[in-house]
Design a protein around this ligand. Structure first.
Ligand SMILES: Nc1nc2c(ncn2[C@@H]2O[C@H](COP(=O)(O)OP(=O)(O)OP(=O)(O)O)[C@@H](O)[C@H]2O)c(=O)[nH]1
Ligand SMILES: Nc1ccn([C@@H]2O[C@H](COP(=O)(O)OP(=O)(O)O)[C@@H](O)[C@H]2O)c(=O)n1
Ligand SMILES: [Mg+2]
Length: 194
């Protein structure tokens, strides 16, 4: 496995709920042809399949809690293997959610060359998610669950940024700006990789 993807770049995309990770990843795909793997989307696909495992996941996600590490990591790994031959880079969106997830990823798959830290204010994220909730159909885009996701983000996920900062691979992106300006900074960070 590690073999197969050893030449592909691995980029972690980390930020709070509604910070704009998915929005920026879509633009990176369009410009750079990287493979976008959203851990949340992979989990939602499993829920949509109606499987027994999906039912368990649905309950966890509805509460805004974290799905067991191995479940998410296995899904990401399978998706990466499926694309390994054709992909020159992977955007791992919404993962790691806690330092331990990052450590396990590196053991089983490989090391990231960049962490894009998509940063927006708490109130901005809540506003965006409430708006998205009007049409997203996402069971977790409601006021109560948004608050829990945000709390968990500050508690569990922000330490991930400190962890990778010490390695010098974090680029902090101000996501309060208009989407295209945010993307300008994202593109710069990716261009600097070469
Ligand atoms: N004004 C503004 N809105 C944005 C920006 N980026 C994203 N949004 C909006 O904010 C909402 C959330 O964006 P997503 O890209 O889905 O955020 P995410 O970080 O993937 O969120 P989760 O999937 O919940 O983790 C969407 O409705 C976007 O249209 C931005 O840079 N500026
Ligand atoms: N690595 C991950 C990613 C998502 N999840 C779950 O999936 C939900 C949605 O993830 P997401 O990345 O689409 O959305 P946000 O919570 O970041 O807004 C999270 O609230 C968690 O319940 C997880 O447990 N572990
Ligand atoms: Mg997303």
């Amino acid at each position: 496995m590690a073999d197969k993807i050893k030449d592909a770049k691995i980029i972690f995309v980390v930020g709070g709920p509604g910070s704009g990770k998915g929005t920026q990843c879509e633009k990176v795909v369009a410009k750079y042809g990287y493979t976008h793997l959203s851990s949340g989307d992979l989990l939602r696909a499993e829920v949509a399949s109606g499987s027994e495992r999906g039912k368990t996941l649905q309950a966890i996600m509805q509460k805004g809690e974290l799905v067991p590490l191995d479940t998410v990591l296995d899904m990401i790994k399978d998706a990466m293997i499926a694309k390994a031959d054709v992909s020159k880079g992977f955007l791992i969106d919404g993962y790691p959610r806690e330092v331990k997830q990052g450590e396990e990823f590196e053991k089983k798959i490989g090391a990231p060359c960049l962490l894009l830290y998509i940063d927006a204010k708490g109130e901005t994220m809540v506003k965006r998610l409430m708006k998205r909730g009007e049409t997203s159909g996402r069971a977790d885009d409601n006021e109560e669950t948004i608050k829990k996701r945000l709390d968990l983000y500050y508690k569990a996920t922000e330490p991930v940024i400190a962890f990778y900062s010490s390695r010098g691979i974090v680029r902090k992106i101000d996501s309060e700006l208009p989407v295209d300006e945010v993307f300008g900074h994202v593109a710069k960070a990716i261009d600097d990789l070469k």
